[in-house]
Design a binder for this molecule. Structure first.
Ligand SMILES: [Zn+2]
Length: 300
């Protein structure tokens, strides 16, 4: 049946072979998902709201998270690029590309992700040796659970030292009031061969812009307040304390990491919307184990 469909589609509209394959895969996926109709309709409604028909495109690559062929460009903005199978966007796809590059033998690694849900968590659950998850809740003491999810304040983790091989986060550190303390804490709970892989909004042509600080227990805005969306608190609900610049590398090294870098090699991927990913190595041994040379430049 699928073979006939493929032949008809190729002959009738003369589409390239891989485009036909993708269309067939999408149709097959829709049929499978039909048993979960309410979710499918909600998702389809959301994707349609993002879609600009003139800019719609299939991407030839597979999704780095779920390996499906469902990478689409729904519009020409960053939010328009997504995997409709696992719902990953460019931030999630970029960080997993970096995890695959810097955290080899993931199956044998103890991972810690600074969130509790979403495509990155699903990927790590299926691919890391072990996985610890946490969220920061305003109304729960760190180390305790809320709805089965562990609460942790990144500035004062309740974990012992040397626990994890890999720590990941997407768009978290710009919201941490004292991020230097946060980096020190991650360094403390990482094993000596451990690696921190994360994304933050970053200005690759400048230095970190501090937008707000906590002074004597009071929040002081230094710039026009900028709020980001959050899966737990909602749309536009979390304050960004800063927009990072390239000196994040020096900041990481000053907090104890042996080496750090901003990997820009993913930027050209995903219709040019790929993100730069920040990577920090707890020790040089890790760098050598991963085949990475500390003096090597990874910027294009
Ligand atoms: Zn996917």
């Amino acid at each position: 049946m699928l073979l006939v469909l493929k032949k008809v589609a190729r002959k009738a509209i003369n589409l390239p072979r891989w485009t036909v394959r993708k269309i067939i895969n999408v149709l097959r996926w829709i049929v499978i998902k039909t048993i979960h109709l309410p979710q499918l309709f909600r998702a389809a409604h959301y994707w349609w709201s993002l879609t600009n028909v003139a800019e719609f495109q299939f991407l030839k690559d597979r999704c780095p998270l779920c390996r499906s062929h469902f990478l689409l460009k729904l519009n020409s903005s960053e939010t328009g690029v997504r995997c409709i199978s696992c719902q990953a966007g460019v931030v999630q796809m970029s960080i997993i590309l970096a995890v695959q590059k810097y955290a080899k033998n993931l199956k044998s690694l103890d991972a810690y992700e600074l969130s509790s849900g979403g495509p990155v968590v699903t990927f790590l659950k299926g691919n890391a040796g072990s996985l610890t998850l946490s969220e920061y809740f305003d109304d729960v003491r760190p180390g305790e659970l809320k709805g089965g999810v562990l609460c942790q304040d990144i500035q004062a983790l309740t974990f012992n030292d040397n626990l994890f091989d890999l720590c990941t986060s997407t768009e978290v550190f710009e919201h941490v009031p004292d991020d230097t303390k946060g980096f020190q804490e991650i360094f403390r709970v990482l094993k000596k061969q451990g690696v921190l892989v994360f994304t933050v909004p970053i200005n690759l042509a400048g230095v970190t812009l501090q937008r707000a600080v906590i002074k004597n227990g009071e929040l002081v805005h230094l710039e026009e307040p900028e709020y980001h969306d959050d899966a737990i608190r909602g749309k536009g609900k979390v304050l960004a304390y800063r927009t990072y610049g390239t000196n994040i590398v020096a900041q990481l090294k000053n907090t104890g990491f042996e080496d750090a870098l901003i990997d820009e090699t993913f930027k050209d991927k995903l219709f040019g919307h790929g993100r730069a990913v920040v990577v920090a190595f707890a020790g040089n041994k890790a760098a050598r184990n991963k085949g990475y040379s500390p003096t090597e430049s990874v910027q294009p």
